[in-house]
Design a protein around this ligand. Structure first.
Ligand code: FNR
Length: 778
């Protein structure tokens, strides 16, 4: 506009000069000729003629030019009037001077057309004082980032003192070096648009009362221009500045993603992106960072603002700091994943964190190791629960220290811990499991002393399952297998184990029906006095004939009954049957022999065994010493709490025998601590006494010790006459085994006892064995 004005001025001056020269030259020529002077010759004549023949047409040309100029000036006026009708004003801003060239259209827009002329005025004089900083900041930012244009919304003061909201759009002109020269721009009066949308989209252009109201709210309120490149913020209320710690100048003109800093890989950011692309409203909660770097959770609601033609021109955003609520919730959620006693993960926490460990394992194997701590019941019983808890906490601490950042540890049950890790190969997994076991084998300092723990370990790897849930299940199957063996057993999952587990589950289901379907029975195996050859006792051995699967081994179904809790009803059934058979025998003989019945350690935990025994002898009217309670040594090792119950049983007149003696760890101490009548030496020793002098020594020692303690000794699993002889030489009282008799039915036992009531068979022991074997086969 300024260039155009300059051109117009120069044309005018040149035309004027030409005119003056022409008029002066013409007048002089006319004057000379009027005086009758000689026609002018020489240079003067040439000028005269040139004036007449060249200047006059030029004059005509000039007049024409002037008319054109006049028309162009009229066109500019018309433009000013036209733009004013459209409420548009044009301007040019010169940043170096801070001045703006205000055109006629701008003057019309502002109501100064009568009082001011187009020209240079201070650039920001008419902008509302509250909007000046923002307007400057927008320009400064656009210039700083090398933008080609800039855009803003602010209020301009009219000649009558009122304000009008305008949208400013400018094109930035730079020199070859990129230095800012000018901004050529327009102001659109958008107050009409705002008035039509009153109450909603009034951001940044408000009557100050509304703006004050917006600034009073706690939430951050934002207005983003969706037309401009990279969707910059064009308005931010005080709440937003307070929330983020940034100044207005640092926010206006920028895309809000700067609040995410480098934390842009958040699901919520994707949700925003999709909503903006589809022109929808959206509400998300995402992590944002204040100017001072602290993180806050921003609950952000975004809504589109549309122009009359339906186009989205802006988005309004409301930002709400919900850090406290989110962190409170996170803490609660975290607590649900944590074991209260030890502070490490619980089962849920392990399952949650195992998932990513498995899915991001790459070419490595993930292993889950389950560790069952044995003997906790006895420890709690002897030293109190708090000591037991302290031990568990120490175990957890040790596991956590071992886990580092790459592995997981958890307490998955009362006495059960889990450890998960990744390793490249199976042998490295095995090594890691061995290290873990060694770690737990070191003594723990609890209740002022040092103690070691026995553990059963079951583990599985992703070789057999690539899903976290299946991996856990496989580790559990392996642990169940390890628990069935002695302490210290480590069992790795194999598919065969899973099949066995399924079979076991089917058996447990069948066992529930076994009593009602009358599938259980007892066989009785005689115990013989080695000196006299008389049958002095019977051991009742439970048998189960499954309706579909046929006979089941007690070595399988008794542990299953213990695991599943069915041992309580099986045990009760067994005591009842044994008492019933003892009564049958009492009816047959004046001096009936006692019957040993196996009682599982698990029964002591769940049922009052003494009451069951007393109820049974009362039911069948027999003396308590007709029943011998037979316990395995391993049960005693785990359950020192049994002492009290066993004493009560002994005091009530029942006898107590220890089965499988010699297979435990501290057998001799039982003889001192437990109220025992009889020990039964494990057949493992007896089988070797013919060839192994060490076994002979052990058996001899047991016999001597038992005698010292006033216990009788039964040698189990005697199968040969030679074994009988050695045992007799050692001084062992009693024996049981196939050499004498296989387990037999109650009727067969009665027949055998009737035979022997007449006296010993003539050929001694061998005859006893033959006879009983024949009976057992019948
Ligand atoms: C946003 N955005 C945004 N982002 C953020 O982290 N904190 C915020 O407070 C806001 N506020 C906000 C207000 C309004 C009105 C809009 C339209 C958007 C989102 C941000 O600007 C951007 O859209 C998202 O980061 C997704 O786009 P990019 O980063 O993938 O380009």
């Amino acid at each position: 506009m300024r260039a155009f004005a300059r051109t117009r001025l120069s044309i005018f001056v040149v035309a004027l000069l030409l005119l003056v020269t022409l008029v002066a030259g013409g007048s002089w020529l006319i004057l000379l000729e009027a005086r009758g002077a000689e026609p002018v010759s020489g240079p003067a004549g040439a000028i005269l003629r040139a004036t007449v023949f060249i200047a006059l047409p030029m004059l005509a040309l000039l007049i024409l030019l002037a008319r054109v100029l006049k028309r162009s000036m009229a066109t500019e006026d018309e433009l000013a009037r036209a733009t004013a009708a459209g409420r548009v004003g044009t301007w040019t801003y010169h940043p170096d001077s801070g001045m703006a060239y205000v055109t006629a259209s701008e003057l019309v827009l502002l109501g100064y057309s009568e009082t001011r002329k187009p020209g240079w005025y201070p650039a920001f004089a008419n902008i509302h004082p509250e909007d000046v900083d923002r307007a400057m900041a927008t320009i400064a930012h656009a210039c700083a980032v090398g933008a080609h244009d800039c855009r803003n919304i602010y209020r301009l003061r009219l000649s009558d003192g009122r304000y009008v909201s305008v949208e400013a759009r400018g094109v930035i002109e730079r020199d070859a070096a990129g230095r800012l020269l000018m901004i050529h721009g327009v102001h659109f009066d958008i107050s009409g648009r705002i008035a039509r949308k009153a109450g909603s989209n009034t951001y940044g252009l408000l009557p100050s009362l509304k703006e004050q109201a917006l600034n009073a709210v706690r939430e951050g309120v934002l207005l983003v221009d969706m037309v401009r490149e990279d969707q910059p913020v064009i308005y931010a209320n005080d709440g937003f500045l307070r929330l983020t710690g940034y100044d207005e100048g640092e926010v206006i003109g920028r895309n809000c993603r700067f609040l995410q800093t480098t934390d842009t890989d958040q699901p919520a950011v994707g949700l925003i992106r999709d909503a903006l692309a589809e022109g929808r409203s959206v509400r998300v909660t995402l992590r944002n960072y204040r100017k001072n770097g602290t993180m806050f959770w921003n609950e952000l609601s975004l809504s589109p603002i549309r122009a009359d033609d339906g186009q989205i021109t802006h988005y309004a955003g409301v930002a709400h700091d919900v850090t406290e609520a989110v962190e409170g919730l996170n803490k609660m959620r975290e607590a649900a994943y944590q074991d209260g006693l030890t502070g490490i993960r619980n089962r849920l926490g392990l399952e949650r964190d195992l998932e990513p460990l498995v899915s991001h394992r790459g070419a490595r194997l993930v292993s889950v190791v389950l560790v069952n701590v044995r003997g906790m019941g006895a420890l709690n019983e002897s030293y109190g629960m708090d000591v037991g808890d302290r031990l568990l906490a120490s175990i957890a601490r040790r596991l956590r220290a071992h886990q580092g950042t790459e592995r997981l540890s958890a307490r998955t049950g009362g006495n059960e811990f889990a450890f998960a890790f990744r390793a490249p190969t199976l042998s490295e997994c095995e090594q890691e499991v061995a290290e873990l076991k060694a770690l737990l084998a070191e003594a723990f300092h609890v209740a002022g002393g040092w103690t070691t723990i026995g553990v059963s370990v079951g583990w599985a790897t992703t070789i057999h399952s690539d899903e976290a849930g299946a991996l856990m299940r496989n580790a559990e199957i392996a642990l169940s297998d390890a628990r069935r063996s002695a302490a210290g057993t480590v069992c790795r999952f194999e598919p065969a184990l899973a099949i066995a587990t399924q079979q076991r589950a089917r058996l447990v289901a069948g066992m529930r029906e076994a009593i009602s379907r009358d599938e259980l029975s007892f066989l009785y195996q005689p115990i013989v006095d080695l000196k006299t050859g008389r049958v002095v006792q019977l051991e009742a051995l439970m048998r189960w004939h499954h309706v579909t699967y046929g006979p089941q081994s007690p070595a399988v179904f008794i542990p299953l009954a213990e695991e599943s809790g069915l041992i309580a009803s099986l045990g009760d059934w067994g005591i009842d049957r044994a008492a019933s058979f003892a009564a049958t025998l009492a009816g047959e003989s004046a001096n009936p022999i006692p019957i040993s019945v196996n009682v599982s350690g698990a029964q002591f935990g769940t049922t009052p065994v003494l009451k069951q025994l007393q109820a049974a002898i009362a039911r069948y009217d027999i003396a308590p010493n007709r029943l011998v309670v037979e316990l395995t040594e391993s049960v005693l090792a785990d359950e020192t709490k049994l002492i009290g119950q066993l004493r009560e049983i002994r005091d009530a007149g029942f006898k107590i025998a220890i089965d499988d003696f010699g297979t435990g760890y501290s057998s001799l101490s039982y003889l001192q601590n437990y109220p025992i009548h009889e020990i039964k030496i494990d057949k493992g020793f007896i089988r070797k006494i013919e060839f192994d002098s060490y076994s002979v020594k052990i058996v001899r020692m047991c016999v001597e010790l038992a005698r010292e303690m006033g216990c009788s000794v039964v040698a189990e699993g005697v199968e040969t006459a030679a074994e009988c002889q050695i045992l007799r030489d050692i001084g062992c009282d009693l024996a049981q085994g196939y050499h004498f008799a296989r387990p037999m039915t109650g009727d067969q036992v009665c027949a055998l006892l009737r035979d022997w009531a007449q006296g010993w068979p003539g050929d001694g022991m061998a005859a006893v064995g033959r006879r009983s074997s024949a009976l057992a086969r019948d």
